[in-house]
Write a protein that binds this ligand. Structure first.
Ligand code: MN
Length: 132
């Protein structure tokens, strides 16, 4: 799994720094964007194996961006994990309805963050994605 390219879309500098550090420490290649439009563009051109998508972003939000990714043939099969500080009932539903494969709650927990990423990469490589 070393060297797999992960796209991180996050507008908060501290979260970006932390997530990038953790992912790089685990051997992933990290490409990043601080807004959804740039993130969608990178997803199309860089073909990452996984996208970590903040929900609250300037301009279009992470859920709208995920809907765009799902509508595009070149990006629809890339797993998207939402990074969310939202923890209210109904949010999980909204996140999954937008086409995300799952979510990770912020603040990031070091160990479970990397375990969750590895878990989704495993799922993605075993039989590919299966978006309905
Ligand atoms: Mn944000």
């Amino acid at each position: 799994m070393t060297g797999k390219k992960i796209l991180l879309v996050e507008d908060n500098a501290a979260n970006m720094t932390l997530a990038t550090f953790l992912l790089q420490s685990a051997g992933y290649e990290v490409i990043s964007a601080t807004d959804a439009e740039s993130g969608v563009g990178l997803a199309r051109t860089q073909n990452p194996v996984l996208i970590l998508m903040d929900i609250q972003l300037p301009g279009i939000d992470g859920l709208q961006a995920t809907t765009q990714l799902r509508a595009d043939e070149s990006t629809r099969d890339i797993p998207v994990i939402a990074l969310t500080a939202l923890a209210m009932k109904g949010d999980e539903e909204r996140i999954l309805a937008a086409g995300c494969d799952g979510y990770i709650a912020k603040p990031l927990d070091y160990k479970s963050f990397l375990a969750t990423v590895a878990d989704y990469l495993d799922k993605a490589s075993n039989g590919g994605s299966n978006h309905s």
